[in-house]
Design a protein around this ligand. Structure first.
Ligand SMILES: [Ca+2]
Length: 234
């Protein structure tokens, strides 16, 4: 874990790339805390499931109700990113619900995590993340803590590494290279997720803080990359 000294910072952004929900800018005070320097890996999560017998949300059958009241029984699964044929496809075409997709089978039946012990665990729900965190004696970081740690004391910075666009200079993170969502040139070496610590850490000693969006796009929105925090007890 990396120690993140507390302080105040301006949360949010009015940059041209900022989303409406990142505004208005506001000052936030953060207490000292520790944060995992990488995402939770498959190795980490396997230790948890072996110790506890925990079953993730994506491994459980579920049911839902349609607007007309019809009850639908659904086999367990999760959303997997699927490359559409062209850029005219909508968001709904990028994602497919794949029965049998879960953290042990990231692309569904026939895929596995063998040799991917150092990859971030994926297809993890909020409930799974909280259960894992409790088992570790940690908790999920708040959004403010995340942003404060990603900025690592550098006010107004656009990305965890500075302001240089992801497409310029050295490769800084695992992102989508080429034309999203139908052409992935993988010039950073990975079409989907990458093992942790493949790219330089930020000034706070945290790896892959800028890879969330890119990895999220490449591996699926249902793939939450857990990074856990621990409060300093005073
Ligand atoms: Ca990539």
């Amino acid at each position: 874990m990396a120690f993140i000294p507390g302080g105040t910072f301006v949360m949010g952004s009015d940059d041209e790339q900022a989303r409406p929900d990142e505004q208005p800018l506001h000052t936030v005070q953060i207490a000292d805390f520790w944060m995992d320097s990488t995402e939770v890996t498959n190795r980490d999560f396997l230790a948890f499931t072996e110790a506890t017998g925990y079953t993730t949300t994506a491994e459980k059958d579920f049911s839902y109700t349609l607007p007309d009241g019809t009850q639908v029984q659904q086999k367990a699964g999760s959303l997997v990113f699927s490359v559409p044929a062209n850029d005219h496809a909508g968001v709904a075409d990028w994602w497919q619900f794949v029965e049998g997709a879960n953290w042990r089978h990231p692309q569904g039946p026939g895929s596995d995590i063998e040799g991917k012990e150092d990859f971030p665990v994926v297809h993890i729900s909020w409930y799974d993340a909280v259960a894992y965190a409790r088992w570790c004696g940690k908790r999920l970081p708040t959004e403010a803590e995340w942003e404060y740690a990603a900025r690592s004391g550098k006010a107004g910075m656009r990305y965890p590494w500075g302001n240089e666009p992801v497409t310029e200079g050295k490769i800084k993170c695992n992102s989508w290279n080429g034309r999203f969502p139908y052409q992935n040139t993988a010039t950073d070496g990975y079409t989907r997720s990458a093992p942790v610590k493949q790219y330089p850490a930020n000034a706070a000693g945290l790896y892959d803080m800028g890879a969330m969006c890119g990895n999220g796009a490449a591996t699926g929105m249902a793939s939450i990359f857990m990074r856990l925090a621990k409060k300093i007890l005073t």
